[in-house]
Write a protein that binds this ligand. Structure first.
Ligand SMILES: [Zn+2]
Length: 240
């Protein structure tokens, strides 16, 4: 009786949740070894063209395509929360490159704040979680495990009226975002004077990261870099 109930429950769970690799559907972990390989390259500096004013040096780990794109979408849109671990690990390498990589833009510092680029409130509510915050926390936990003093502060708030960025071109994104973000009152004390890396899952035009950097700098933060999991192909690769 109990086993019949259990197998019934297992069946329900199987129906409710996708399983296997989020990219290629291979049985096994949420990202199979082959697809995880797309996240294994060293972090590189990337630069959208055109580059928005104030965009900090931005480190990415992968091109936003193929297995990486599938994984990011499955995490953000389909709630595959187990992807926070591999995607967070990739983001951590981007943060680490910004911190102490060959072209260090943060420098070896004693502590660092990660500030996730905010998702639009309604979008976050619809998805039931803030996927960028989840990735930032995963990356920070990994870096703390390596002995680094990294904290996540959800410092940025979205003003009224900002549209979801998806589907907007570069110029529209910039117009949509100008002045759209602000540092919350509760976070102002933590970001003032702090070294900050802005993090996001994907960089496309750079408009979100540039606006995030503007708002943080206006609050007194030292925004030395940004780090993302993936960069769309319209962004260039400027070096390691
Ligand atoms: Zn796979």
């Amino acid at each position: 009786m109990v086993s019949a109930v259990l197998s019934g429950l297992v069946g329900l769970v199987d129906l409710a949740l996708p399983s296997g690799c989020a990219s290629c559907a291979a049985e096994g972990p949420v990202l199979c070894r082959v697809c995880a390989g797309a996240l294994a390259d060293p972090a590189y500096l990337t630069r959208p063209d055109p580059t928005p004013d104030g965009l900090p040096p931005t480190w990415a780990v992968a091109a936003y395509a193929g297995a990486v794109r599938a994984a990011v979408v499955a995490h953000k849109e389909e709630g595959r929360r187990a992807l926070a671990r591999p995607l967070g690990a990739a983001l951590a390498r981007g943060v680490l490159a910004a911190w102490c990589g060959p072209s260090s833009s943060v420098g070896s510092r004693s502590s660092l704040l990660l500030v996730p680029a905010p998702s639009r409130g309604a979008a976050v509510r619809a998805r039931g979680a803030d996927p960028t915050l989840v990735l930032a926390r995963s990356a920070a936990a990994r870096l703390r495990g390596e002995g680094l003093d990294v904290q996540v502060v959800r410092a940025l708030r979205v003003g009224m009226g900002m549209l979801d960025q998806a589907g907007l071109g570069a110029a529209d994104r910039a117009a949509n975002l100008a002045g759209a973000l602000r540092v919350s009152r509760s976070a102002a004390g933590r970001v003032a004077g702090a070294r900050v890396v802005v993090v996001d899952d994907v960089v496309t035009t750079g408009a979100t990261l540039a606006e995030a950097a503007r708002a943080l700098r206006a609050a007194g933060a030292e925004v030395s870099a940004a780090a993302v999991v993936a960069a769309t192909r319209r962004t260039g690769r400027t070096g390691r």
